[in-house]
Ligand binder design. Structure first.
Ligand code: 3HC
Length: 306
């Protein structure tokens, strides 16, 4: 069943695993043309070949027809690094899915409004960074953030938090910042529903509901390993077989999220709340110091094939 969302065309910033997944469900489920931008041409190529694989798998399993797959693929238009953000001029919404760094998001949200239409929504797939803070980055220099004009773009910023792997996970978490207008929130909700997701809403607190609960769980598992309470496999097996989790926390911390992203989220939680329960474990810090990020670069608590 298709759900009306009213978007003629959207942009997705970032062709990594999250951005690509968002482009995939937007093109296939919401049936909306997607302008996919990444500053790396190699990342775009990797993303598109994953999309081709996912579509071919869904066709071979009889989940979608070949015509659906072809149409979805044709809806994805690449905006390469040479064109940049100005290629997104004609979209009704941009979904930002770049690295989990406020500095990078701040630079995007301060320049993007000049490139896109005055009514376009600016959604962030951030896992933990304040939507209010991201929205504040859109206020043009020299304008008061409290003025009507200063708030005009900030009112169109919203958190649209997808889960990895996006084609499979059924949830989108919706986060309004202090400035988010009610119609921005409702349009973003309609879009997530059209992508086939169930939507929950969270206040703009560090980590929102999802990562404020998930990250201490993963961190505690790393601390159990660090203290030698159990082996990696026994920790993961306990949660998989004892509690029916599809993946153990150590496997999840590397497969789905990446240890570097886990650490970035945990730091945001710790710094944003000052609560010691969110303090990242020393072992996680060291793994990231070593450059071991998990499945995304082949080494973490587990070894992965390239
Ligand atoms: N991309 C797309 N599809 C994928 C995929 C990927 N990376 N990995 C697996 N799938 C698909 C498979 O193709 C298969 O599809 P099918 O039903 O059409 O055959 C389906 O998922 C099931 O895959 P498998 O049978 O190979 O393996 P599993 O039964 O183990 O399922 C899993 C894989 C769905 C990833 C499951 O292990 C799982 O649910 N893991 C937990 C994932 C999770 O918790 N994600 C949330 C991370 S937190 C997050 O994203 C928030 C962020 O802010 C940090």
């Amino acid at each position: 069943m298709s759900v009306a969302h009213g978007f003629r065309r959207i942009g997705v910033l970032g062709a990594g695993q999250m951005g690509l997944g968002i482009a995939f469900v937007s093109a296939l489920r919401a049936k909306v043309p997607v302008l996919l931008h990444d500053r790396s041409a190699t990342q775009i190529d990797k993303g598109l070949s994953l999309m081709d694989k996912l579509l071919a798998k869904d066709v071979s399993k009889g989940k979608i027809s070949q015509a659906d797959a072809t149409e979805a693929r044709e809806r994805v238009i690449v905006i390469g690094p040479e064109v940049g953000l100005k290629g997104l001029r004609d979209v009704d919404m941009v979904v930002e899915a770049v690295s989990e760094s406020f500095a990078i998001k701040q630079s995007i949200f301060s320049t993007l409004p000049q490139e896109i239409g005055p009514n376009a929504i600016l959604a962030s797939n951030t896992s933990s960074i304040s939507i209010t803070k991201i929205a504040a980055a859109t206020v043009p220099q020299g304008l008061s953030a409290a003025s009507e004009e200063g708030m005009r773009t900030a009112a169109r910023v919203v958190g649209l938090h997808f889960f990895n792997p996006v084609p499979v996970m059924k949830l989108v978490e919706l986060i309004p910042g202090l400035q988010t207008a009610p119609n921005t929130l409702e349009s973003a909700r309609a879009f997530a529903l059209a992508c086939g997701k169930t939507v929950t809403e969270s206040k703009d607190v560090p980590g929102f509901v999802s990562n404020a609960l998930l990250m201490p769980f993963i961190n505690e598992a790393v601390m159990h390993l660090e203290k030698g309470i159990a082996t990696r496999d026994d920790i993961d097996t306990t949660l998989k077989l004892g509690m029916a989790h599809p993946m153990g926390p150590l496997q999840l911390g590397k497969f789905g999220i990446g240890l570097d992203t886990c650490l970035a989220i945990q730091r945001t939680l710790y710094e944003g709340t000052g609560d010691s329960k969110y303090r990242p474990s020393v072992l996680l810090e060291r793994m990231v110091d070593a450059g071991w990020y998990g499945k995304k670069n082949g080494k973490g608590f587990y070894e992965y094939e390239a």
